[in-house]
Ligand binder design. Structure first.
Ligand code: F6R
Length: 365
């Protein structure tokens, strides 16, 4: 049931604040401002490293998870798309744990990667939505994302719920490893607890602006998404969402890679969407944006209030989100990229919930 929404995708975008709050309740103690004790078979305090494999959007949430596990828990993370991971003959040790992220829990390449790690004696964790799935069944520990059924083929709420779960796991791992102290844990958990309310506000506030912008975006054939730090996987997710439902060709690049190739493409016919919260990377990303502007590129600037005030570059549009802590920024910044893809596709008249050539669950290689 779509409720009063035109598509399941729209419904799933708008239910994120409520769903994510419910999902977080499984991992954090809202009253005590702590991450709940992880009593699964995986002891993040003891493992020597993590391996992560997943496909598509789930891979991109894992990539953001990598930044968190490395930064907050000082745990090295090896991550790859499952279709490569399974054949790489990656040397791994039983002292490491492996996480497999999958909405459906049935993705063939992800399952094969799981079995590869299991054979090498690693403890297996499944970050899944469907708890009765094969990946969940074969894991030692299940970390449910609790997103509820996701009908739209383009993943939205499963992505942000995966991020919420990975953030909680990374903070908990940091506590267990002594790299996150009680004050930092409390501060980060408070930000996570405030996140659903901020998401509701953002969804409400940016909708008209994004809808207008989508009309303009639909005229273009190619789009480049740029970001740095955790905004880099988000840039790839923005590009993936846009291409799969609007069929506009889009690429997501690390902002610093611009001058190593893609800058050759910059002209007035390829808008560049820059994701840049006012974080420790902001100045660097703005200097990449300057390179785009200097070559006549059109910029869509997705930033926060501080970022919008700090940059004087002319843009095609500036979306200024509220200033938020960096631990929740990836979830908050997911909203404009989802809505931008959604409204562009609606405007172009594509089959938003059932994009051509795509299946919700990919059980063959
Ligand atoms: C993109 C999308 C796909 C899936 C991928 C993995 O919007 O939905 O890229 O993320 O096929 O699927 P799961 O998570 O079921 O393993």
């Amino acid at each position: 049931d779509k409720g009063n929404h035109r598509h399941f995708m729209e419904k799933e975008i708008y239910e994120q604040p409520e769903i994510i709050s419910h999902a977080l309740g499984n991992y954090i103690d809202f009253a005590a401002h702590t991450v709940k004790k992880n009593d699964t078979a995986i002891d993040f305090g003891k493992v020597s490293g993590l391996a992560i494999a997943a496909c598509g959007t789930a891979y991109l949430s894992g990539l953001i998870g990598k930044y968190w596990f490395e930064r907050y828990a000082r745990l090295p993370v090896e991550i790859d798309v499952a279709s490569e991971f399974r054949y790489r003959e990656l040397p791994l040790s039983p002292s490491q744990a492996a996480l497999f992220i999958s909405q459906s829990g049935e993705t063939a390449d992800t399952l094969a990667s799981l079995r590869y790690c299991k054979d090498l004696g690693l403890k297996i964790g499944a970050v899944v939505n469907v708890r009765e799935s094969t990946i969940a069944r074969e894991a030692d520990a299940i970390f449910p994302i609790l997103a509820g059924p996701e009908i739209g083929v383009a993943s939205t709420k499963a992505f942000t719920c995966q991020l919420a779960v990975l953030a909680a796991l990374a903070i908990g791992a940091g506590r267990a490893r002594g790299t996150v102290n009680a004050d930092d844990e409390k501060a980060m958990v408070k930000h996570l607890a405030e996140m659903p309310r901020i998401m509701s506000r953002v969804l409400n506030d940016i909708q008209p602006e994004i809808e207008g912008l989508s009309r303009e975006l639909s005229r273009f054939k190619d789009v480049l998404y740029l970001g740095r730090g955790t905004s880099f996987p988000l840039a790839m997710e923005g590009a993936l969402k846009l291409k799969e439902i609007s069929y506009i060709h889009a690429e997501g690049y690390a902002a610093g890679e611009l001058k190593h190739g893609p800058i050759a493409l910059i002209d007035e016919n390829m808008p560049v969407i820059v994701i840049a919260p006012h974080d420790r990377f902001f100045e660097k990303t703005v200097s990449n944006m300057q390179e785009v502007a200097a070559r006549g590129g059109r910029i869509i600037f997705i930033t926060d209030e501080k970022g919008a005030a700090a940059s004087k570059l002319p843009t095609m549009a500036t979306i200024a989100l509220p200033n938020v802590d960096e631990i929740i920024a990836p979830m908050i910044f997911s909203l404009p990229i989802q809505l931008l893809a959604y409204h562009t596709a609606v405007f172009m008249g594509t089959d938003v919930d059932q994009p051509r050539n795509l299946a919700k669950s990919v059980t063959v290689e």
